[in-house]
Design a protein around this ligand. Structure first.
Ligand SMILES: Nc1ncnc2c1ncn2[C@@H]1O[C@H](COP(=O)(O)OP(=O)(O)OP(=O)(O)O)[C@@H](O)[C@H]1O
Ligand SMILES: Nc1nc2c(c(=O)[nH]1)N[C@H]1C(S)=C(S)[C@@H](COP(=O)(O)O)O[C@H]1N2
Length: 216
């Protein structure tokens, strides 16, 4: 079964991304889903290297969420999965539990940083129980990150907060995603620095003949 649906990269650097919008009302048509378009738009704006995106819109049901994450990682071979929605304290909000069910390792820094960033936008940021995890199979690994359901929270958490002069006031979590993908064996992801500057230690920078970025 696994392998039949496997996505093939059109370029060795192509990042395979799964996007999952988790919303009872959007998935049943009560309102139009804004999560998937916002995620897709942000990735297309932020990534300087090639990306291929698979999308799923599902209700807040734990088994459905876990099965979707497994399908995207194990069957399709996604390197990165971003979910949106279902991270709050309501009874139907089960995204973090469903994500932890499929995790082989937790990456607590992502949830911590998202709450730090989001507190700069809304005091209710502490209500989001979002987690970051890695799922490893025998021959593949993926980073899975929960983002809050408010469509505007997608940009806020991935990109962080900048001042009027473009100075970074709170670093968005995506700054750490490319190096994490390197470390788990995925493709070399590059970003547009004016949206979010990917950080890698100097030793992990690919030599391109260009001046290396500072840091590390
Ligand atoms: N996919 C979506 N598309 C558009 N707006 C959304 C979406 N998901 C959430 N929102 C908005 O963000 C708010 C908070 O998101 P949350 O995930 O807590 O949704 P909810 O209140 O549990 O309801 P639902 O699961 O039916 O979207 C929602 O009440 C809605 O206004
Ligand atoms: N950046 C950001 N984070 C945010 C928010 C937001 O608007 N922006 N909303 C908060 C609110 S009101 C809630 S209830 C929690 C959980 O939201 P979810 O259930 O939609 O995932 O995310 C929080 N985190």
């Amino acid at each position: 079964m696994a392998g039949q649906k496997r996505l093939s990269r059109s370029h060795p650097d192509e990042l395979l991304v799964g996007l999952v919008s988790i919303s009872d009302r959007a998935s049943s048509g009560v309102y139009r889903d804004e999560g998937l378009p916002a995620l897709e738009q942000w990735l297309n704006d932020a990534l300087a290297s090639p990306v291929r995106i698979e999308q799923r819109l599902i209700p807040d049901e734990a088994e459905r969420i876990s099965a979707t994450l497994i399908e995207l990682v194990d069957e399709l071979g996604c390197d990165l999965v971003l979910t949106t929605g279902g991270t709050g304290p309501s009874r139907r909000d089960v995204t973090p539990e469903a994500t932890l069910t499929v995790a082989t390792r937790e990456m607590p820094g992502f949830g911590e940083q998202m709450r730090q960033i989001s507190l700069k936008f809304v005091p209710t940021a502490i209500l989001s129980r979002q987690v970051g995890v890695i799922r490893e199979t025998a021959d593949h690994a993926a980073l899975i990150l929960n983002l809050p359901g408010q469509p505007k929270a997608i940009r806020e958490t991935l990109e962080g907060l900048k001042g009027d002069d473009g100075q970074v006031l709170a670093s968005g979590i995506f700054a750490a995603v490319p190096y994490c993908i390197d470390l788990i064996g995925g493709p070399y992801v590059e970003t547009h620095a004016h949206i979010v500057k990917a950080f890698r230690p100097k030793s992990a920078l690919r030599s391109t003949g260009q001046a290396p970025q500072s840091g590390g």
